[in-house]
Design a binder for this molecule. Structure first.
Ligand code: SF4
Ligand code: SF4
Length: 375
């Protein structure tokens, strides 16, 4: 069995609005039929990623506006949302500075887990995770449009719709203060997981301290101190350390990727069938997550936008397009010596995001076989 994935290529071949990426998105919207997914008066979560102070390669507000207008056109009430990654007030200001605000997107822009990042409902997840702290505004929304900037990710190998649902659906913190009841649960191996540092390897470059979203790392008398109570177990400090000196006891790769699929499933279980639509933006495909402090140059040329009602199919099609593309000169792909014909993201990052798509298919979230239909 296969699922349809609609594709609006990035390449503009005529000097005409109809050849623009914006017009392509409008054609995709017609194909996935908002009218059948969204009822009159229904609140609709338009879930995206707001980026960071230094990561500007997000889904542009222009596209969010088109999607929000399409929701309104069928009688829905859209709100653009993400969950807290840094302190909530600051994160809304990041969104604003990246151009995402009510004026630009034409609807409310909110944090689905609240300004303090601790509004969540614990929902059941699969055997790896057991439970998942789902942001309440997503839990309560009867319909959702999942708008994903598709790129690499150091830990997951790929970040698209599955990761947007999973990590992006999880609340940043919990009012009890227990990180195990928030997003850190998806990263850390056990309840005892904590950040440790090897002073023999550490050069005190302080990159870990600067990347920590919570100020949980500080320098005291030439030593680094990690505040376990503040730490969300997000793993960013480990990802940026050039010496391998700071470590979070994380889930194994297999468990992490399966956990992403399980968390995505836990989110989707709160929606009636047919109420979630997916738009994958394979544009500005940089090698890292949008929550990091920088956005590197893209590793492949812009591919376009893909849309489907099947999360597995749209993710498989997006990964196939990216991984079979040609590495861009001047990018990390060229720096790592990747050649045309090699699978780009796994070769660049050393982690294969296909694992999360396979896991999602395995637990019945959709079909890996797809029919790509250009619009
Ligand atoms: S990033 Fe690594 S080397 Fe730099 S201060 Fe942190 S632990 Fe030390
Ligand atoms: S895992 Fe590292 S970066 Fe993340 S909150 Fe804890 S100390 Fe900060």
């Amino acid at each position: 069995m296969s699922s349809k994935v609609y594709f609006a290529p990035a390449r503009a071949t005529r000097w005409d609005y109809s050849a623009s990426q914006a017009a392509g998105l409008e054609r995709l919207i017609e194909k996935v039929d908002f009218g059948s997914a969204i009822g009159e008066g229904e609140y609709v979560a338009v879930k995206t990623h707001f980026g960071s102070w230094g990561a500007h390669r997000i889904v542009r507000p222009r596209f969010l506006r088109i999607l929000a207008d399409a929701v309104k056109a069928v009688g829905g009430k859209p709100f653009v949302c993400d969950t807290v990654r840094i302190k909530g007030w600051d994160y809304l200001e990041v969104a604003n500075q990246n151009g995402i605000n009510p004026q630009s997107v034409g609807c409310p822009v909110i944090l689905a887990d609240g300004i303090f990042g601790c509004d969540s409902i614990e929902v059941e997840a699969g055997p790896v995770l057991g439970h998942m702290p789902l942001a309440t505004a997503i839990y309560d929304a009867p319909a959702m449009v999942v708008v994903s900037h598709c790129k690499g990710h150091i830990q997951a190998g790929y970040g698209g719709a599955i990761k947007n649902l999973a990590m992006g659906g999880a609340a940043g913190s919990h009012r009890s203060g227990e990180w195990q009841k928030a997003r850190g649960h998806l990263h850390a191996a056990t309840d005892a997981s904590r950040v440790t540092r090897d002073p023999e390897l550490c050069t005190l470059c302080l990159q870990c301290m600067h990347v920590c979203p919570l100020g949980a790392i500080s320098e005291v008398d030439g030593e680094l101190v990690v505040d376990d109570d503040k730490c969300w177990r997000c793993g960013r400090c480990e990802r940026v350390c050039p010496e391998g000196a700071i470590r979070l006891d994380k889930r194994s790769m297999a468990d992490f990727q399966t956990g992403l699929a399980e968390a995505a499933q836990a989110v989707l279980n709160t929606f009636e069938p047919g109420k979630v639509l997916y738009f994958d933006f394979a544009l500005e495909v940089q090698p890292e997550c949008d929550c990091m402090p920088v956005a590197d140059v893209p590793v492949v040329q812009d591919q376009g936008i893909l849309a489907s009602t099947d999360v597995v199919a749209v993710e498989q099609a997006t990964l196939d397009l990216i991984n079979s593309s040609v590495p861009l000169p001047g990018s990390l792909a060229e720096e790592r010596g990747i050649q045309a014909g090699q699978r780009i993201l796994p070769e660049v990052l050393g982690v294969d995001g296909q694992l999360q798509v396979d896991a999602a298919a395995q637990i019945g979230l959709g079909h890996k076989v797809y029919e790509l239909v250009s619009v």
